[in-house]
Design a protein around this ligand. Structure first.
Ligand SMILES: Cc1cc2nc3c(=O)[nH]c(=O)nc-3n(C[C@H](O)[C@H](O)[C@H](O)COP(=O)(O)OP(=O)(O)OC[C@H]3O[C@@H](n4cnc5c(N)ncnc54)[C@H](O)[C@@H]3O)c2cc1C
Ligand SMILES: *[C@@H]1O[C@H](CO)[C@@H](O)[C@H](O)[C@H]1NC(C)=O
Ligand SMILES: *[C@@H]1O[C@H](CO)[C@@H](O)[C@H](O)[C@H]1NC(C)=O
Ligand SMILES: *[C@@H]1O[C@H](CO)[C@@H](O)[C@H](O)[C@H]1NC(C)=O
Ligand SMILES: *[C@@H]1O[C@H](CO)[C@@H](O)[C@H](O)[C@H]1NC(C)=O
Ligand SMILES: *[C@@H]1O[C@H](CO)[C@@H](O)[C@H](O)[C@H]1NC(C)=O
Ligand SMILES: *[C@@H]1O[C@H](CO)[C@@H](O)[C@H](O)[C@H]1NC(C)=O
Ligand SMILES: *[C@@H]1O[C@H](CO)[C@@H](O)[C@H](O)[C@H]1NC(C)=O
Ligand SMILES: *[C@@H]1O[C@H](CO)[C@@H](O)[C@H](O)[C@H]1NC(C)=O
Ligand SMILES: *[C@@H]1O[C@H](CO)[C@@H](O)[C@H](O)[C@H]1NC(C)=O
Length: 580
């Protein structure tokens, strides 16, 4: 009876929404349970401690708090009232802010691709391009999830954060172009993952206001949850008794003044610590807590809790490649709305606008060097100097150079994997991460097929109003290459192959995942193998990125696992009581 826990939960808990906290006119929730970590006691006790108030951590903590005391620790601040986060038109502002208090923390993988990770309540859902789309039922089955419970969890998320976008002329032309070249059928507007072309959801509402995973804390029980902002977890504490496995029982965190606090689990066999610190943060924190490859930990003088060579393995980032198409016509400002789900494992998406939803005009938003996207030079040459030069050149371009849009392709999976290692023992420092883009030939082949599809869309009849006439594709590519904003690196070799184009212009779509994968670091219930009272629930557990874009499934997973954990514990309690 795999489903007993789900039925039990819904019998016991109709979707409770503690909605009194939402001040609708300002869309700013007044969370009475949200505090600066400096106000936290030196020592405190909870049933559950969730590390990371991100895309998975918020729905998870909200759900657990319905019946148990929960401490949610987030290293960043609140997204509320920060226009860099809440406005669609400001996309990229947070990503281009590289100060130590920015909601985003830039990192550069060993591959040379510039990337970003979240440092704010709501996590990546506060920085991202907003596209909202589910994983396929097949993905859910392969993950061992119960498909009905998955659907209910998506709906719980969607009630608060997902919207139908208003599709305007440029996005419509991309959509019609995809259909014209055979990425069919036309699936209209849907959250579902189905082959063909569709309009997906968005976390931006019709006023361009962003709704994030932090909004899911409206579901929390304010009397049972404590949320501490600016609290950076340094270590998970384990109790080790001779002859039995280490059991997590507390955490050490520091507030913004550097003061140390400890939080412990209440004495109960079912109390747990749950790590939701994201694909970089979760494997990093396990290692800092002595769970990881012994030799590597020894090299950093970290005492070993468990030799686990697979922590930090299986890191992947889906490569993104894009072509900029200058337009003779004005186009709307849009982030991703339409996706073509091809039969060969490539997803085609697009963004448009005079400023591509970048804060100021003269910007390329999702593709701007200001946020670290620099495809005019190959990855290893994307130095700070090259980036600065590209930003400067961009400022001097004519406004018309920014009119148009980018059509991008992202490959599914990917198959190529890399690894993560500590650089230092400071949790504020980025670990070193290698993604090995296109190491597997099938990834490269999917990129080539994806770019051919993008080219066909550009050359389609439907898209004709938005490209200059009489401009064959090679000239277009060459033209964009000679501008500092795009995309084709300037090669002396004119017979540049698409394979080389894939490698040289690779960017991130920020869907990196892995490091604590199911079957390697955690079991199917997301319990860390080899230790007790510890789970990891977030994008670090994925073997492949779910759906065309992951955030819907990351939020769903937080809810799904929260329900599962609660139901198992409540079920056990009910059983205890009937036995008495
Ligand atoms: C620019 C950008 C655009 C994107 N576009 C899209 C899109 O359009 N659609 C889509 O579906 N997906 C998109 N994504 C991807 C998606 O947002 C992420 O996959 C998802 O948010 C990851 O969720 P997570 O819970 O695994 O990690 P996160 O959301 O990053 O959560 C981890 C949290 O843990 C905190 N943390 C880390 N370490 C510690 C510590 N030691 N102590 C305390 N707290 C800690 C972090 O501050 C963070 O809040 C995009 C991502 C980015 C960055
Ligand atoms: C937020 O809630 C607290 C406690 O209920 C209340 O005292 C305060 O006035 C509220 N603030 C706003 C801005 O609504
Ligand atoms: C948290 O509180 C401390 C001490 O009152 C203060 O110095 C710090 O600025 C606060 N941090 C934030 C982000 O509000
Ligand atoms: C809390 O810890 C600080 C040192 O970090 C110490 O100065 C203070 O006395 C402690 N407070 C209590 C109540 O123990
Ligand atoms: C769990 O919490 C909900 C809502 O707070 C409540 O209705 C329910 O009775 C609780 N269940 C148990 C077993 O405590
Ligand atoms: C918004 O972003 C800009 C530029 O990235 C930065 O200078 C500014 O401080 C940010 N504002 C806030 C409130 O974070
Ligand atoms: C779950 O949702 C998907 C997509 O909406 C649907 O195809 C499927 O039938 C649903 N499954 C269950 C068990 O409800
Ligand atoms: C580890 O400790 C040794 C001996 O105390 C010291 O020499 C070495 O520098 C330390 N290494 C790191 C990475 O801290
Ligand atoms: C590409 O552009 C350069 C100038 O930027 C020009 O000299 C060259 O002829 C162009 N090549 C093609 C194939 O259009
Ligand atoms: C140009 O590139 C192609 C494809 O990458 C390669 O086969 C060819 O040898 C290159 N020619 C020169 C002169 O480098």
């Amino acid at each position: 009876m795999a489903l007993w826990w789900w039925r039990l939960f819904f019998a016991a808990l109709p979707g409770i929404l503690f909605s009194t906290q939402l001040c609708a006119s300002q869309k700013v929730p007044n969370y009475t349970f949200m505090h600066n970590a400096t106000t936290a006691p030196n020592i405190s006790y909870y049933d559950y401690i969730v590390i990371g108030g991100g895309t998975a951590g918020c729905p998870l903590a909200a759900t657990l708090s319905q019946n148990y005391s929960v401490l949610l620790l987030e290293r960043g601040g609140s997204p509320y009232g920060n226009p860099n986060i809440t406005n669609l038109a400001a996309f990229g502002a947070a990503l281009s802010d590289t100060s130590p208090t920015s909601p985003s923390q830039r990192f550069i993988s060993e591959d040379g691709v510039i990337n970003s990770r979240a440092r704010v309540l709501g996590g990546g859902s506060c920085l991202n391009a907003g596209f909202y789309t589910r994983a396929s039922p097949q993905y859910a089955r392969e993950a061992g999830w119960d498909v009905r419970a998955v659907n209910e969890s998506y709906e719980w998320v969607e009630k608060i954060v997902a919207f139908k976008p208003e599709v305007k002329q440029w996005q419509s032309a991309v959509r019609e172009g995809l259909l014209e070249i055979g990425v069919v059928p036309d699936n209209g507007f849907t959250y579902d993952h189905i082959g063909g072309t569709k309009v997906g959801g968005t976390i931006f509402d019709h006023q361009g206001f962003r709704h994030t995973a932090a909004d899911l804390l409206q579901y929390a029980n304010p009397s049972r949850i404590t949320l501490l902002l600016h609290s950076t977890v340094h270590r998970i504490l384990f109790r080790v008794k001779d002859g039995s496995k280490p059991v997590a029982h507390g955490v050490v965190f520091r507030d913004s003044l550097g003061r140390k606090h400890k939080a412990y689990l209440k004495q109960h066999a079912k109390s747990e610590i749950i790590v939701s610190a994201g694909a970089l943060g979760s494997p990093q924190l396990l290692m800092l807590s002595g769970v990881g490859p012994a030799e590597h930990l020894r090299a950093h003088n970290i005492s070993i809790t468990l030799d686990q060579p697979l922590v930090g393995q299986g890191m992947s980032d889906n490569p993104m490649n894009a072509i900029f198409v200058p337009s003779p016509e004005p186009v709307e400002v849009s982030l991703i709305q339409v996706v073509g789900i091809t039969s060969f494992g490539t997803y085609v998406e697009a963004a448009s606008g005079e400023n591509f939803a970048g804060g100021s005009p003269r910007d390329y938003g999702m593709f701007s060097p200001k946020i670290g996207q620099l495809s005019t030079v190959p990855p290893k040459q994307r130095t700070p100097e090259a980036l600065a030069k590209a930003i400067e050149q961009m400022q001097s371009l004519d406004q018309a150079a920014f009119r148009g849009g980018f059509i991008l392709e992202k490959i599914m999976g990917p198959i190529s994997t890399g690894h993560l290692e500590l650089r230092t023992r400071d949790p504020n420092d980025n670990p070193s991460v290698t993604f090995n883009y296109f190491k597997d030939p099938q990834d490269l082949e999917r990129c080539v097929q994806g770019l051919s599809t993008v080219e066909k869309v550009i050359e389609s009849k439907a898209f004709a109003p938005f490209r200059y006439p009489n401009m064959p594709l090679p000239v277009l590519l060459n033209m964009t290459a000679s501008s500092p904003v795009n995309l084709l690196p300037k090669h002396t070799n004119s017979s540049l192959s698409l394979q080389q184009f894939c490698r040289d212009t690779v960017m991130t779509i920020w869907h990196y995942h892995g490091g604590c994968q199911v079957g390697k670091v955690v079991d199917k219930d997301y319990k860390v193998l080899g230790v007790g009272a510890l789970r990891v629930i977030d994008g670090s557990t994925f073997n492949y990125s779910p759906g065309t874009n992951p955030q819907a499934t990351v939020m769903m997973l937080g809810r799904y696992m929260g329900v599962k954990i609660l139901s198992e514990r409540l079920g056990a309690n009910a059983a205890d009581q009937t036995e008495q």
